[in-house]
Ligand binder design. Sequence first.
Ligand code: ZN
Length: 177
Amino acid sequence: MLVETLPSSIVRYPDPRLRRKCEPIEAFDDGLAALVERMFEMMLRGQGVGLAAPQVGVSRLLFVANPTGKPEDNAVYINPVLSDLVGTVEAEEGCLSFPDVRANIRRARRCRIQARDLAGNPIDRVGEDLMARIWQHEMDHLYGRLIVDRMNDTDKIANKKLLTDLESSYGRRSKKR
Ligand code: ZN
């Protein structure tokens, strides 16, 4: 079984679950389909353009994305691999695990993704700009890398209070457990 119960809340920085190494998905079954459906709901609710499994507490190589918010643009990427990264562009990003934090992050402008879809069929796509940025941001999550790791000094200073507040509210929550 992939998960005992479906996730209901998004894991926030600095929860250590965001730093864990993810394992591949092996079973393309109903449990996976239910988890993916829940992740789409949570991404939509948070008005995000992408959501990775560690952000819902599941350490698996899986993310969902939707650059437009239109239901027909929902896409799931299972066991993804990025390659052919080309160019560099800096643009503002947010992250559902960092509420209200915005930062300018440098990414490749174009890249290729190879993955599996929900049925286990191969996906092989090339994306540019926002699509390529979402893939790179979500891939980072699968390897425990977060926007705070890629932030420049200016953005670190600009977001210092938000980050400190997240750290202290996590500290309070973990003490209550
Ligand atoms: Zn994120």
